[in-house]
Design a protein around this ligand. Sequence first.
Ligand code: ASP
Ligand code: MG
Length: 419
Amino acid sequence: MKVFKFGGASVKDAYSVRNMSAIVKAHLDAPLLVLASAMGKTTNAFERLLALTMEEKDHSSALKEIEDYHLNIIAELGLASNEVLTSDINNIFEQLKNALNEFSSSMGYDYIYDQTVSLGEVLSTKILSSFMNQEGIPTTWLDARKVVKTDSLYRQAQVDWGASQAMIKSQVNQYIETGVVLSQGFIGSDSDFKTTTLGREGSDFSAAIFGTSLGADSVTIWKDVPGVLNADPKKFDNTLLYERLPYKEAAEMTYYGASVIHPKTIKPLAQKNIPLHVKSFQAPSENGTIIEECIVPNLAPAIIHKDKQTVISFKISDFSFINEHHIHLIFEHIKRLNLVINLMQNSATSFTICLDDNPKKREQLRTALMEEFLIYYNEGLEIITVKNYDQDTITELMEGKEIIIEQRSRNNFQMVYKN
Ligand code: ASP
Ligand code: MG
């Protein structure tokens, strides 16, 4: 069995849906499970809708925008007269309107978020399923909320692997004989059958959950890039495509902030030795990248850039030195505030960390530690990590930048700088 995942960009309009369906049609030689995200930027649109509702502002035009967007795609796909689809879509919007009307802040934002934003994936796959069937691809729509079981940590639910695996296996196997099984990325449900979501961009991770549960031969993520590139083409020129990439390299790239694959995706696949293909939905016959257990000699340096960085330095004010007590104290508060460090460094009299900009938490950290240290911070910085670096790459990257921290090990180079 194969697992395909189509993200929002690959189903953002009628043209894209036709393209997606053609890709599926060209791969019907083996059993196929397909996952899809919400169409285009629907998740962002839902977040805006929810923000208005929370602020008790008029949300009717934000709601209408989402509705019109989907109805247009339905019309352009020639599905307007499909009665089953029309009634499904009406029901989903009815459900959404009820949820928004019943909304009260005592329910908790994260809970409401999951009950409503998740409908983006439901809408998308209802439309896709009808279209694929219309195109002669026998497709069964499977509700991911029935099979992906999680805890109740809304908006970042943790997967119950055992329960999910059993449910996915039994449900998918029941329908896979008759054709494609189509389900949703990003969403699941807790033990009370309340909808949960796995975190923004979480549908790659869903593909790994389904893929490992089904013991798939491979998982393919269809994207708007040719595969995994050694740098983000929106930020760097002359990028290179990796044809093959070891799991470990790919996982570490996501750790340093490469956004091509969701960070949680690689580990479960690596544990089951299931190859992950990253391919372009615009050029489906091209090979893209295969991430698998392999050795690739002379891997091209991977350049990972992140902006919106804060550097915080904790300095000792008397003539003593930074010791384990100080570092322990700093980390206690970093842990308490759930902060993630992107880079750290210490000298005789100071300890320095780099993290994503977060003025609110930065202030909390500062308040907690200002008795003990002199604290300096600098926001709006950028960080570049180069894996498998060579000197030429680094020299070029450093040119013309005001570098604040520079660090290297045998394989990795990192610098924080002001642009
Ligand atoms: N639709 C969700 C999002 O935009 C999940 C995903 O696309 O992976 O974050
Ligand atoms: Mg997406």
